[in-house]
Design a protein around this ligand. Structure first.
Ligand SMILES: Cc1cc2nc3c(=O)[nH]c(=O)nc-3n(C[C@H](O)[C@H](O)[C@H](O)COP(=O)(O)OP(=O)(O)OC[C@H]3O[C@@H](n4cnc5c(N)ncnc54)[C@H](O)[C@@H]3O)c2cc1C
Length: 529
């Protein structure tokens, strides 16, 4: 049934809604939140055979999960902090994800430049330990490279005092594309995942146990009451809002830390190798990562008081990235060179010690089970989303005394799986869908909607028909990455995108105008003036 839903065209979400509304029995799991964490839990539970519904208040990966540094990594920085357990877990997950989604996760070389003999020793030994921790799931061995080699690979690098560098391997990916492929995997395995459905209240049974949720379809403004045996709070930086619904006055469980990225043309960093700058002035590492023919620079770690779906980059964060990266790039970038700036919020488990800085808080995940048996998950990383899913479903089975079922996700290919990825193909991230997409282009594959970003009109129709895109923002932010790669170019193509969408979705001119205006306003926040 679900497979046929994948091909029902624009009615896709409507058909889902009807089936959800018509469901008379309770769901086994109702998962709140369609980011990496919720999707990982939903896929794990679905593939164990549970009846699963995931609801996302906005679009899948609208929150933090589309705003990462795009690394599938063990975490060199966490090793420096001595968090070997997290590095081991993340390194294993990195290997599994590389194996299960080879169309999205790339083996990426990283270079750490070294300027002192002590650093040479520190990074050579440290990265050998990093390789060793990953064991047979390592993506390759680290090596020391000479000053001459590093200057050849990174022509803009500061040569004075340079002793050489250490080259190591980590994974690189497209975060929101992985999220969309996970949604498709959930559907294909018999589960339900739907966007624009917001949980507004939790339902309790006569014993005070969580028994479902009131959910608002934010498109049709219609409310539903959904019953479930287990309700999971996987809402990232919003977990405390759901915990307040569960028990008003609950203590805060997370603290929020903002990270900003800048995207530049690749002429500023033409190397295929990524750069890792250790020991920046804010005590974090800074990355320059090649991504979709551009380079992503980041990130920062700034504690913030309130969570939002559209966090704003601070001037001091922008200046810090431009200045720090400027020392390593071919040409020092100016504000006007920035193609896009985006900010994301880390949902970190609140520190044990009140004074702990956000960059020192472990990125490990934590599960909390409320007295009402609401299941909440905090912290984590994109890289470990699968393990987080497995741990949560194990915990639910244990707490609710369900018959234990074995997880299968460690060897489950993710939608789009394709072993022979050509990273130069502009449609590589569609994996096994790429031939079908090309077929639908009907010989027009070179007629771009955006030549600069290699975006084709057919991708818009595809996003609606197969990937549940509902708005111009869904298409230009998370099905394609236009907004994140070049915000001005995304504004330029928004009107045509809206026109195509209106036609496919059967919307009128006022919808089209609303979409264009809304998107333009949003894109302004990604542009540095
Ligand atoms: C700057 C930065 C860089 C990072 N880089 C990396 C990296 O390179 N590699 C890595 O492994 N990790 C990285 N991370 C960490 C990783 O991105 C996060 O751990 C992960 O994306 C968090 O996913 P999540 O699902 O918990 O949260 P989110 O992605 O925020 O998802 C939570 C979802 O819940 C939804 N929601 C909230 N309330 C409701 C409600 N009432 N009803 C329905 N839905 C609701 C929200 O709309 C949201 O979509 C980075 C994080 C940041 C901030």
């Amino acid at each position: 049934m679900i497979n046929s839903l994948l091909n029902t065209g624009a009615a896709n979400r409507d058909t889902y809604l009807q089936q959800i509304a018509a469901a008379t029995t309770e769901w086994d799991l109702l998962i709140i939140g369609g980011g990496a964490t919720g999707l990982g839990i939903a896929l794990d539970a679905t593939s164990r055979g549970y009846k699963v519904l995931l609801v996302e208040q906005a679009d899948f990966a609208k929150g933090t999960s589309s705003r990462s540094t795009k690394l599938v990594h063990g975490g060199v920085r966490y090793l420096a902090q001595g968090d070997v357990k997290l590095v081991r877990e993340a390194s294993i997950e990195r290997g599994l994800l590389h194996r299960n989604a080879p169309h999205l996760v790339k083996d990426q070389n990283f270079i750490v430049p070294v300027y002192t003999l002590f650093d040479r020793l520190k990074y050579t030994v440290g990265l050998k330990i990093y390789d060793w921790i990953a064991g047979r799931l390592s993506l390759g061995s680290s090596v020391f490279i000479s000053k001459k080699e590093i200057i050849k690979k990174i022509p803009g690098i500061r040569p004075n005092g340079l002793k050489g560098g250490v080259l190591y391997h980590d994974g690189q990916f497209d975060d929101s594309r992985l999220a969309i492929n996970l949604v498709q995997s959930i559907w294909e395995n018999g589960g339900y995942a739907i966007n624009y459905m917001r949980v507004t209240h939790l339902l309790k049974d006569k014993n005070g146990k969580t028994s479902g949720a009131k959910v608002m379809d934010t498109e049709a403004k219609k409310a539903y009451e959904l019953k479930a045996k287990a309700v999971v709070n996987a809402t990232g930086v919003f977990v405390d809002d759901i915990l307040q619904m569960d028990k008003p006055g609950s203590n805060k469980t997370i603290c929020v830390s903002q990270g900003v990225h800048l995207v530049l043309d690749k002429k500023f960093y033409p190397s295929p190798e990524a750069l890792m700058i250790p020991d920046t002035t804010d005590g974090r590492v800074l990355f320059a990562v090649p991504w979709h023919n551009k380079v992503v620079l980041g990130t920062t770690d700034t504690p913030v008081e309130t969570a939002s779906l559209e966090p704003q980059a601070l001037e001091k964060e922008i200046n810090f990235i431009l200045e720090t990266a400027g020392n390593y790039l071919s040409t020092k970038p100016q504000r006007s060179d920035v193609l896009s700036v985006f900010a994301g919020l880390r949902p970190l488990a609140a520190p044990q010690r009140g004074s702990q800085k956000t960059k020192e808080i472990s990125r490990s995940h934590k599960i909390i089970v409320s007295t009402s048996k609401l299941f909440t998950i905090l912290g984590g990383k994109w890289t470990t989303y699968r393990k987080m899913g497995e741990d949560m479903v194990n915990r639910i089975e244990k707490e609710l005394q369900w018959h234990r079922k074995k997880t299968t996700t460690s060897s489950l290919p993710i939608h789009g799986f394709s072993a022979d990825t050509d990273w130069n193909d502009p449609f590589y991230f569609y994996g096994s869908d790429a031939p079908l997409l090309r077929l639908q282009m009907n010989g027009t594959a070179n007629q771009w909607l955006s030549e600069e970003l290699k975006i084709h009109r057919t991708q818009i129709v595809w996003a609606i028909d197969h990937e549940m895109a509902r708005t111009v923002e869904d298409v230009l932010s998370r099905r394609t990455r236009a907004l994140f790669l070049n915000a001005r170019e995304s504004q330029r193509i928004a009107p045509e995108c809206a026109a195509i969408m209106a036609k496919v979705l059967g919307k009128d001119a006022s919808w089209e105008k609303e979409q264009i205006d809304g998107f333009n306003k949003l894109a302004e926040q990604y542009i540095l003036r």
